[in-house]
Design a protein around this ligand. Structure first.
Ligand SMILES: [Fe+2]
Length: 282
């Protein structure tokens, strides 16, 4: 068993219909929010409109930043940071999947601390810049995959240097994660399959990549994998099953929350080769 520090500071607001609490929750953390999300025109559009409605009803000012792409680019994040500062925002609401939530963490922490998003990324022997703080983040995951909704990690891509890397900072834990399984029922089958594999990959890569011993971590990991397997078999037959979507959501969060790694820290080497494989002709 290795030594460790661990906490789970994000408040989980969990359950059907709880998206409608976003305005009241946001009031506790800021006056003007940047709602960061993907480009309009997809299945998230009705959800974006609901968030706008709830914020308006609660008297929270907001701006939408809709340009975050899958595998978010540092250049896009930097554009968002400029807008965030110019608009005097003081809160980021991340509405989307892992890419949006990761990108939002860089927006919130870099806008607070200064510089560019890429300055803070771990890169070879370079000593990354350290944040001095972060604006608060509320995450609203619309897919179960990355676990980013309740952890401090974040991966971004540099489109200029064609590099992809990560960083982690305790400042970037979302204050609140609003996990409404109703939002997850609109995720298409192919994306549901891919995202479930992502969760499995976090768990199994970590499980197999270290010899450190923690029976507790092993049993947690095995339990999540079994839950994932059972509910994957169900969700492919009924994408709108709320109970199943709820189970997968917890697998996403706790599959990469650190709970599955207590006393036994491994790595995710398969994730590291994803970028070169996918973008070998980039
Ligand atoms: Fe992943």
């Amino acid at each position: 068993m290795q030594n460790f520090n661990w906490n789970f500071p994000t408040q989980l607001v969990y359950g059907k219909g709880r998206l409608n609490e976003v305005g009241e929750i946001a009031k506790n953390y800021g006056k003007k929010a940047m709602v960061a999300t993907y480009a309009r025109g997809g299945f998230l559009d009705p959800i974006i409109e609901r968030v706008e409605k709830y914020l308006t009803e609660a008297g929270i000012e907001y701006i939408l930043f809709t340009g975050i792409e899958p595998n978010p680019r540092a250049q896009t994040i930097d554009k968002a940071i400029e807008i965030f500062k110019a608009e005097n925002c003081d809160l980021v609401i991340a509405l989307g999947g892992g890419s949006v939530i990761d990108g939002s963490k860089y927006i919130a922490a870099t806008a607070f601390s200064g510089g560019k998003s890429w300055d803070y990324v771990v890169l070879g022997d370079r000593k990354p810049r350290e944040y001095t703080g972060a604006y608060p983040i509320i995450s609203i995951p619309t897919i179960s995959a990355s676990g980013s909704e309740c952890n401090a990690g974040g991966v971004i891509t540099n489109a200029e240097t064609k590099e992809k890397s990560f960083s982690r900072s305790a400042y970037r834990y979302p204050k609140v994660g609003i996990l409404d399984p109703e939002l997850l029922t609109s995720v298409p089958l192919s994306v549901t399959k891919d995202s479930t594999i992502d969760i499995f990959s976090h768990l199994i890569e970590h499980y197999l990549s270290t010899n450190a011993e923690s029976e507790f971590a092993d049993r947690i990991t095995e339990g999540i994998i079994l839950t994932l397997k059972d509910n994957f078999n169900k969700v492919i037959n009924n994408l709108e099953d709320l109970q199943v979507r709820s189970e997968l959501a917890l697998c996403s969060i706790f599959g990469w929350s650190g709970l599955q790694a207590l006393g036994r820290v491994g790595s995710i080497p398969m994730h590291s080769i994803e970028m070169p494989l996918r973008y070998s002709t980039w």
